[in-house]
Structures are given as structure tokens and as C-alpha cells.
Design a protein around this ligand. Structure first.
Ligand code: AMP
Length: 397
């Protein structure tokens, strides 16, 4: 069975066609600059095709994807009827869509009404869904998979904010979290790696990338997560400030005469390690800067690791102890020095890093010593596979 996974952005659309028998990626690529000049990238059969291809809208993008998936030379299937279902990534399902869902017109309309929660991402997902239905016909199941779903069952004391309760009732303001598909996937893969049942494990998962979030996972379920009502909360990130005293925003708006939108842009796009270092949001640049003696790059890196340590400690407390710590995403998978700066301060909890294993590259692996009470793992995330698995589960019901 073959499942097409679609991750639609406002002017882009990433796709993967996955054969679920072997969980093997048959083809993947990107439609970029949709509505502009249109760029198409398609990887299949060990070859990469890059084309300028005008795509006035997402439906045209989907048509191009389907055309190349079934292309005689670059394709991997004979006919698009070989695609059994499509799984769509959706950033926020609010309190309505709390699990992967088989979509119909009515549900798409409901999803459309939730755009306020993810104004940049949800409308793109709706556009992608409608485009697939239009191009593939109504008989191909379209399933939506939500980044927020994994966090939905958090206890209320973790999800409700200490502001007047009426704002939760009136506007649905609560902690939604993000990267849930990734946290759920790596927690499951961690259990496999350790040869244990995920239901018996307390795991802290660190998704550290341009956007970073940390989750406390008890028995395979998320009980708390660092991102909040929006993905601005939690640890500092590439360009996002994460948790700060909320009064700072009010103070700065008054001092600098900033509008809410301008303040929002400062917190989302000019803060985090970029804001502190004044140099870059990319941790490779910060590592290079720190190695050259740039004090603010060093400070940004130290602050980031310090904040991750604080979250791991806090989540170990709410989990009642932990069995494993997982690193994933761009930084978590590729930056041994951040991993090291996070794990060593936690030695008192029973975490011991094997520094030579930490320096190695590779797939899912344990990087703690055999004696380490808490296992430290690096697990490459695979949100597309997780979406495909959940899509398969929904259509098999
Ligand atoms: P992501 O948002 O998951 O793509 O992560 C982006 C971050 O991961 C950037 O700060 C990069 O410095 C880091 N990163 C991604 N790939 C690598 C790599 N191959 N080596 C070192 N760092 C990487």
C-alpha cells in the first residue's frame, strides 16, 4: 500500500510517497514558489530532478506532483490509482481535531474555521486538502494528522494558563504544544531502540531545531510540553524568544512605541539565539563564532543549553523520574556539543554520556554509557513516516 504525505505551506508543498509494506520512501520532493514562478524538485530512483515549473496555485502543484510520480522516466508508480490515501500535516487542530481524522467537506469547513490558531499554516493545509480532492477525486481517503494531537491529553494543570478562566472558555486559550508528531514518533522509536514497551517508560523528548520544544512523555502519552498556545513559548530558539517575562513585551511596546504586530515580529523573528548573538540563528554559525572567541555566540549557546537543562529537570520531576532522554531534529541529531552541554549538568540524575558515541554520526542510537541509569538517545525524527503510519491506521479502521 502506498501513501502520499503532503506538508503544505503558504507557498510551498512538500511531498513523500511511502510504500507502507517496507516503510520505504519511493519518491519525495517539493513544489516551491507556488503562485510565483514555481520551482519543482523531485527525488526518485536515486535521481534528483529540478525544474522551473509555473504553479499558479496548490491544485496545480498537486497535479505536477502526481504527474511526476506516475511519469514514465522519473516516476515510481504506473498510475496514480496506486495511491491508497493521502496524509496531510496540519499544525493545529484546536480542541476539535484531537486525533488523525478522515476528512470530508464538512470537516474541511470546520478545519477552515480554526485558522486563527495557526494563521500561517492551517490555511495552507486546507488548500492542500481541497487541491488533492479536486485532482484525485473523492474516493481517495484524505486524512489529516495534527501536530497538536499528541499533546491533547495533557492534564489540565499543564494545559490551562493562570489568566482569567473565561479566556479559555471564550477564546480557547490553552497550551496546545507543537511538533507533536515528532515527539510521539521519537518516543515510540526510543522504546523500540531500548527493547522496551513505551507504556512502561518515562521519556523526555527534545526536538531541537530552528524551532525547539521539549515534551514529558509518560507511557507513550504527553503529559507536558514546552511550546504553548503558540510555538513562541518554551526554550529560546533560532529566532524566537521562548519563555520570557510577559511584562517585557508591554514595557518595550511602551518604551519604543511598538505596535502589537511589531512586538510580535521582534519576539518571533529577531530574538532567540539570533537576538542574543547578533550573528545568526543557525547553530553551526554560532559554533564557528564561539570557536573564534565571539563572546555573544558563546553566551547564546550557553543560554540555550541551560534552558534545555532546566526543562529536562522540570519534566523529570513531573514524570516522577525518567528512563530516557531523546535528542532529535537538526540540532538534536547533529550537534554533539549541545548534547554534551545538556547531559553533563544532569549527571547527578544518573545520566552519563559516552563522549565518543556522542561524536559519532548515524541513525537511531544510544549515546550514554552502559552504566548510565537514564539512557540518552539520538533518534532521527521522521514526521512524514509518522503521518503515513497514522493515515494507514485511520483508513484501516
Ligand atoms: P531544523 O529546524 O530541524 O532543520 O534544524 C535547524 C538547526 O539544525 C540549525 O541551527 C542547524 O545548525 C542545525 N543543523 C541542521 N543540520 C545540521 C548538520 N548536518 N550539522 C550540524 N548542524 C545542523
Amino acid at each position: 500500500m502506498k501513501i502520499l504525505v503532503i506538508n503544505a505551506g503558504s507557498s510551498s508543498l512538500k511531498y513523500q510517497l511511502i510504500d507502507m509494506e517496507q516503510e520505504q520512501v519511493l519518491a519525495k520532493g517539493l513544489c516551491d514558489r507556488i503562485g510565483l514562478d514555481g520551482k519543482f524538485v523531485h527525488n526518485a530512483n536515486g535521481e534528483k530532478l529540478e525544474l522551473d515549473h509555473p504553479m499558479p496555485n496548490h491544485a496545480e502543484g498537486i497535479k505536477v506532483v502526481l504527474q511526476y510520480l506516475a511519469d514514465e522516466k522519473y516516476g515510481v508508480i504506473r498510475n496514480i490509482s496506486e495511491i491508497s490515501a493521502v496524509g496531510h500535516r496540519v499544525v493545529n487542530g484546536g480542541e476539535v481535531f484531537v486525533e488523525a481524522t478522515l476528512m470530508d467537506e464538512e470537516k474541511i469547513n470546520t478545519l477552515e474555521s480554526l485558522t486563527e490558531f495557526a494563521p500561517l499554516h492551517n490555511p495552507a493545509a486546507v488548500t492542500g486538502l481541497r487541491a488533492c480532492m479536486e485532482v484525485m477525486g473523492r474516493d481517495v481517503p484524505q486524512v489529516t494528522v495534527y501536530d497538536t494531537a499528541f499533546h491533547h491529553e495533557m492534564p489540565r494543570c499543564a494545559s490551562i494558563y493562570p489568566i482569567p478562566y473565561e479566556y479559555y472558555e471564550k477564546y480557547g486559550i490553552r497550551r496546545f504544544g507543537a511538533h507533536g508528531t515528532s515527539h510521539g514518533y521519537v518516543a515510540g522509536e526510543c522504546a523500540k531502540l531500548l527493547g522496551r514497551d513505551v507504556r512502561d517508560l518515562n521519556i523526555v523528548t527534545c526536538h531541537l531545531g530552528n524551532g525547539s520544544s521539549i515534551s514529558a512523555v509518560k507511557g507513550g502519552r504527553c503529559i507536558d510540553t514546552s511550546m504553548g498556545f503558540t510555538p513562541l513559548a518554551g526554550v529560546m530558539m533560532g529566532t524566537r524568544c521562548g519563555d520570557i517575562d510577559p511584562a517585557i513585551a508591554i514595557y518595550l511596546m511602551n518604551k519604543e512605541g511598538l505596535t502589537p504586530d511589531e512586538m510580535n515580529a521582534i519576539m518571533n523573528k529577531k530574538s532567540g539565539v539570533l537576538g542574543v548573538s547578533g550573528r545568526s540563528s543557525d547553530f553551526r554559525d554560532l559554533d564557528a563564532g564561539a570557536a573564534e572567541g565571539d563572546d555573544r555566540c558563546r553566551l547564546a549557546l550557553d543560554m540555550f543549553a541551560y534552558q534545555v537543562v532546566k526543562y529536562v529537570g522540570a519534566y523529570s520531576a513531573v514524570l516522577g523520574g525518567m528512563d530516557a532522554l531523546v535528542f532529535t531534529a537538526g540540532i538534536g541529531e547533529n550537534n554533539p556539543s549541545i548534547r554534551s552541554s545538556v547531559v553533563w549538568p544532569l549527571a547527578h540524575m544518573g545520566m552519563e554520556l559516552d563522549e565518543s558515541k556522542n561524536q559519532e554520526r548515524g541513525g537511531a542510537r544510544i549515546i550514554s554509557t552502559p552504566d548510565s541509569k537514564i539512557k540518552v538517545c539520538v533518534i532521527p525524527t521522521n514526521e512524514e513516516l509518522a503521518i503515513a503510519r497514522q493515515t494507514l491506521e485511520v483508513i484501516s479502521k
